[in-house]
Structures are given as C-alpha cells and as structure tokens.
Design a binder for this molecule. Structure first.
Ligand SMILES: Cc1cc2nc3c(=O)[nH]c(=O)nc-3n(C[C@H](O)[C@H](O)[C@H](O)COP(=O)(O)OP(=O)(O)OC[C@H]3O[C@@H](n4cnc5c(N)ncnc54)[C@H](O)[C@@H]3O)c2cc1C
Length: 381
C-alpha cells in the first residue's frame, strides 16, 4: 500500500501537466510530487504509437505538431518556447503543409486552425515531448510517475486529498491539480461508471467549483478516429523531398466529400512513410465504413484523393493498419475562465486546453494554462 503523502499530485500526464510541474520545479518548488496517468506513457493527446507488432515504427496518432499564435505576445509563453528551442526539445516544423479544397486544388495559403502562426514539432517524436518538458527541470527526481492508474474517486479529508484508482490504489496529497476535465464533466459518469461527477461528490457548496462544473455542462467534445497505415517497403513519394513530413489539410467541403480531415505522411527512421488519416466522427466516414468492407473502402477513398496528385502515390496495399479512437480529442462549446483555475478552500487547481486562453482546444492552450497556473501555485504551496 502506498502511504506517502505527497505535497502535490497532478492527475493526468499530458503536455499541460508536464509543463505545469516542470515550471513549478524551475521556480524552486522542493516538495515531493506525483503524476498519475491512466495511459502507459506521458503525452496524453500528444502521444505516439510505438508498435510492438510493427517494430521500428513510431507514428504520432494524436497531434502531429503544434501551432502557436500568441496574438497577445505573452512573454511567459515566448520564454518557454525559446527555452524548448534552445535545449533542442522542439524545432520549427519543416513539414510540407498543403491545404486542399473539394476539387483537390492546392493552396499554400493555410487557413486551418492548426496551421496559423508558428508551427513547431518535437525533435524526437510527439509522444516524447511531455517527457522531455518534465525532465527539463526534474533534476533531483522529485517526481514519481504512476501509469495505468485511472482515478475514479476523490475525497477531501482533514485537509488532504485521497484519490482512489479503478485499479484499487490509494494516493494521498496536500494539494491536487487536475489536468483533464474528465473528473469534473458529466461524461465521467458513463466513462468511469460512477453515480456522481467525482469532483462534485468530493466538494460541497463551493462557489468556484460549482461554477466550473456548471460551465462544463456546456462544454462538448470532438470525437476523432485516426487510421494508422504501415506502408510496404516499396511505397515512397513520387519525388524525394527534404522534409520530415507532408501534411494535407482538407477544407470543410473537402472533408465532407472525402471523409478525412487531415492526412499526415510521416517519415520514419527507416526512410519509410507511415500514413495517419485523421477523421472527425461527425463527418460520418466511420458509419459509412462500418457498412462496407472497411479496409477496401478506406483505400478507395485515399486513392480517389491522391489519384492525380503530383507528389503522392496511390496505395494498392500496406503492411498493416491500426485504429486510434479519440473519444474526446478536442473541447468545444463553453470555455472555463482562467479566474477559476485555483480553489484555495480545497487546495485544488486545474489546467489544460479546456480553459479560455488563446489556444483553447490546442497545445498552445494547454501550455498557456499550465504556465499561468504554476506562477500562481508557487505562491501558495
Ligand atoms: C487527433 C488529434 C489531433 C490534434 N491535432 C492538434 C494540432 O494539430 N495542433 C494542436 O495544437 N493541438 C492538436 N490537438 C489537441 C492537443 O493534442 C491537445 O490540445 C493537448 O494535447 C491537450 O493537452 P492537455 O495536457 O491539456 O490534455 P491531455 O493531453 O488530454 O492530458 C490529460 C491526461 O490526463 C489523463 N487522465 C484523464 N483523466 C484521468 C484520470 N481520471 N486518471 C488518470 N489519468 C487521467 C489522460 O489519459 C491524459 O493523458 C489534437 C488532438 C488530437 C486527439
């Protein structure tokens, strides 16, 4: 049984959590910290599939890169990015980015929400970014990492938080940060199989927490399904190009016609190309695919899209295909104001892309909310 009482526990190990913890450590926080994550690794929605079956392949099955708009020229964000660039954790993304309309006309004038501003990617692979951000400041190994622990129950007892995971573990902490809104959102009841939203159950009549939970009633989610194609050895682009990746963004009309949202050709160390087909569930591709022979239909659609493309070869076959289902890939609807990030009465705080920042629903928002939070939390714990 784990009986350590941590100074701080963070639930979730995505970019916001790791940025928050890293920045807190950089500011001199000396206490013992735990990050508890239900997945097998850090990264969350910026994770990559390292396939055992297809050894040697690493495919970014969430966010393939990230864009920073920073219209308000936030100094904290600028400094943070400069440090990541300096330490060679991120680089300016050199992918070839192309937007397509429904007649498959090309445009280099990018309007997609994911490619305005400056675009960055991890220097290794996206799934390693959160880990690298954390390690930047975790020099004295203050952070314990727990994986495959899904927190389903929270209680605030004698000024300490007691967390219980579905797997049966108990964790204790003086201060709690929640980096995903699952434990505050009504979808938790179905996903975690609980009768009350866990944070609502743990806190009664708190004006701030009640307001967040109320706002979240009106926050919804985009569901995405991504198909990961492991191509055969002979599959290459029509031309040799000096770019890591090639990404096609389909505009709204093209998405409706072809079913895909974005197609990422990701060059592997072995010089082969992995192809990640992003699709938004409401575009109905998935329902259509269910009716048909899914793999054959998927190839048909892919080939229709690229049959006359000067760079991309059509696909007759592939080595393997796998699917990644993102139940909550990106928040939409109402945004939670930053003024609600901390609730001192309950020693609890929140971060993530679900807050109302410039980068709502994107990596930029996850980072901004985390930088903002660490600046405040260091003053009170
Ligand atoms: C397919 C896809 C494409 C995307 N494309 C882009 C893009 O091009 N550009 C861009 O900027 N953004 C993109 N995004 C969005 C971007 O990935 C997210 O905004 C960002 O990663 C959010 O980080 P976060 O730390 O706020 O949340 P998350 O990454 O979701 O981290 C939260 C973590 O908490 C864990 N967790 C949740 N509840 C519990 C619990 N009860 N117990 C234990 N662990 C828990 C989750 O497993 C998760 O790892 C994309 C997302 C997806 C899915």
């Amino acid at each position: 049984m784990n009986t350590i009482i941590y100074e701080l526990i963070v639930i979730g190990g995505g970019i916001s959590s790791c940025t928050f913890v890293s920045n807190l450590l950089a500011k001199g926080f000396k206490g013992k910290i735990a990050i508890i994550e239900t997945g097998r690794n850090l990264g969350g929605r910026c994770s990559s599939r390292i396939s055992k079956k297809n050894s040697g392949w690493i495919l970014n099955h969430g966010s393939p890169n990230f864009n920073i708009i920073n219209n308000s020229n936030d100094l904290k964000l600028n400094n943070f990015l400069s440090e990541l660039l300096e330490k060679n954790i991120i680089k300016k993304d050199n992918s070839l980015l192309i937007e397509l309309d429904k007649n498959l006309n090309f445009s280099n004038n990018l309007t997609n929400e994911f490619c305005t501003g400056n675009i960055y990617s991890s220097t290794s692979f996206m799934g390693d970014l959160a880990n690298q951000i954390l390690n930047l400041n975790n020099k004295s190994k203050q952070v314990d990492l727990y994986f495959q622990e899904l927190i389903i129950n929270l209680a605030f007892q004698n000024n300490n938080w007691v967390l219980k995971s579905k797997e049966g573990s108990l964790f204790y902490s003086k201060f709690l940060v929640i980096s995903s809104n699952l434990l505050l959102h009504k979808r938790s009841k179905k996903i975690l199989n609980v009768d009350e939203i866990p944070l609502a159950k743990a806190t009664k009549n708190n004006i701030k927490i009640d307001e967040i939970i109320h706002i979240l009633k009106y926050q919804n989610y985009i569901e995405r399904i991504n198909f990961l194609i492991y191509t055969r050895k002979e599959y290459q682009l029509k031309e040799i190009i000096k770019k890591d990746n090639v990404i096609y963004y389909l505009d709204k009309n093209a998405q409706e016609k072809y079913g895909f949202e974005r197609i990422v050709f990701q060059k592997q160390k072995n010089k082969r190309y992995g192809i990640v087909l992003h699709s938004i569930k409401e575009n109905n591709l998935i329902n259509e695919l269910k009716k048909n022979n899914f793999e054959k239909d998927l190839l048909y659609r892919f080939n229709k899209l690229f049959e006359e493309n000067p760079l991309i070869n059509t696909l007759d076959n592939y080595e393997d295909i796998s699917i990644m289902r993102w139940r909550a890939s990106q928040p939409g609807g109402l945004r939670v104001p930053l003024r609600l990030q901390i609730c001192k009465e309950y020693n609890i705080a929140f971060c993530g892309d679900w807050f109302n920042t410039q980068g709502f629903g994107r990596v930029e928002g996850a980072i901004l909310s985390a930088l903002n939070l660490s600046d405040q939390v260091i003053k009170i714990i």
